[in-house]
Every structure is written in C-alpha cells, then in structure tokens.
Design a protein around this ligand. Structure first.
Ligand SMILES: [Zn+2]
Length: 123
C-alpha cells in the first residue's frame, strides 16, 4: 500500500529540513524560520507541528546521527522514493514501514525488522 501524497508531504518537508541542517544550509533554515511567522506561506513548520512534538523531534533525530554523510545519502534516497511513490515501503522486503517509525527516522529505507537484521549483519 503506497502512501497518499498528502500523507507523504510532511515527511518530505521534514526530510528537506533535515538535509538543510546536515548540510549547514543556513539560508534554507532561515527561510523556514521566517515562514513560521508569516501566515500565507505553505508553512513547513505547521505541518511538522501537526505530527506531534512527542513523536517527531528533529533534534532527537539528529542525535541519532552518527555518520552524517551516510545519513545525507539516506535522505536523498528517501526523497527519490517520495518522487517515485515508493516512500514508506521497505526497500528490503517491500513491507510497509510504520508511520511511527518514519516520524522518528523519516529517511529510513527499512522496516523495523529489516533494520534490525541489517544491524545484526554489520556487527
Ligand atoms: Zn523490511
């Protein structure tokens, strides 16, 4: 089951923000900050706020990041999957990635099961 465009949108916005932060793209961040104080912009921050602050914290997500280069690659991959309509589907088993997981790690290409397996193999 593919996600609807409207469902994917907040994740796409979160990914773009994350990517900007990782790249140290101050300009993009400044724009995002500005748009939160204006009313008629297509409001990135309000969508992120809609996800609920307890499940979606960019700062917490960033704390999970150990390898920024790898994370950037995963973000790029996730954005590609959004474009191709495959976002939210595990690249390993084609299973659905739970939304709760995507809210914590929006760039993950794997479901919980496959991610655990891959971590296991990498050890
Ligand atoms: Zn999987």
């Amino acid at each position: 089951m593919k996600m609807k465009k409207s469902e994917v949108k907040p994740f796409k916005e979160a990914l773009l923000l994350l990517r900007a932060r990782l790249r140290g793209d101050v300009h993009t961040l400044a724009n995002a900050a500005l748009s939160s104080s204006t009313v008629n912009v297509s409001a990135v921050p309000s969508h992120i706020a809609d996800l609920g602050s307890d499940t979606f914290e960019l700062d917490n997500t960033l704390q999970l990041i150990t390898n920024e280069g790898e994370t950037l690659e995963q973000i790029e991959g996730a954005l590609e999957r959004i474009e191709s309509g495959d976002y939210g589907i595990c690249v390993e088993c084609s299973g659905k990635i739970p939304k709760m997981r995507l809210q914590v790690i929006p760039y993950t290409p794997y479901c919980v099961k496959c991610a655990a397996q891959i971590q296991e193999e990498e050890r």
